[in-house]
Design a protein around this ligand. Sequence first.
Ligand code: SF4
Ligand code: SF4
Length: 318
Amino acid sequence: MTNLIWLKGGACSGNTMSFLNAEQPSVIELITDFGIRILYHPTIGLEIGEQVNEVLNDAVSGEVPLDIFVFEGSVIQGPGGSGKMNYFAHRPMIEWIKDLAGVARYVVAIGDCATWGGIVAVPPNPTESTGMQYLKKDKGGFLGEDFLSKAGWPVINIPGCPAHPDWMTQILVAIATGRMDEMKLDDYQRPKTFFTDFVQTGCTNAVSFIDKIKGGFGKRGGCLFYEVGCRGPMTRASCNRILWNRTSSKTRANHPCLGCTEPGFPHHDLKKGSVLNTMKYLGHFPKEVPTGSNKVMFYLRSETSRLWSDKDKPNTSK
Ligand code: SF4
Ligand code: SF4
């Protein structure tokens, strides 16, 4: 048996909804086939009132060993670091987080709010929200940059708004089956299996990206990078390889990728003009270019290809 406790802080519960949509394996199969014992989950747990305290206290005291502590939502530290804005089971949630993270073999942060602070932590951040071990790109967060769980792992970050069900279930299965030695984390503590390739891998608009054909919302046959702010070339996630509901993805439905698995999310702190819009220099050159590209080279290549395509256009001026 692998004991798991799941708690929520500043959360909309979107990651729980996504988790309940898991299919391979489903949440039921996690329990029946992989031996994951959910000691408590605020949405699906049957415990109420004092029973919740009992479950949590048993884990903190070590009476019931805790293998996985999952946290969803931001860590609310306000007001003034007291955490009293988010009370749970007779205590500020931050006290439960500290205690449970201290006894768990693995700590898993699910969703952008738990990983990097997410939308809740956008300035002025009145709830003093942060992520478990990051605030945006800065390591530290609530647990501090040196935190390691009992098994010697930092917080395992599964970002996304919400995270894809496979990203959550696969990490739980790896822990439950003792295969964590095969799991590698990237520089932001994300499992490399899901967060190495870019969203652009598998996007059906990739040819339009190369040909610089501009697309728009819901419009077939163009790339969303040039006008409507698609972040597919700067965002590491497997959305276009494993698809959502095994059926589609944002960019396949011609909606721009918002870059929700990257620690900057929401990018530019939702400043006016930064959402669903490609920000440009001189109204022409994209301010952000694909990860790994040299800006000047990218602009030069874009201009050359634009000139070539203009040259190929029929002359209609006569
Ligand atoms: S920029 Fe977006 S829409 Fe264009 S190819 Fe990349 S992922 Fe697809
Ligand atoms: S396509 Fe982009 S915004 Fe949508 S879920 Fe994937 S990473 Fe997040």
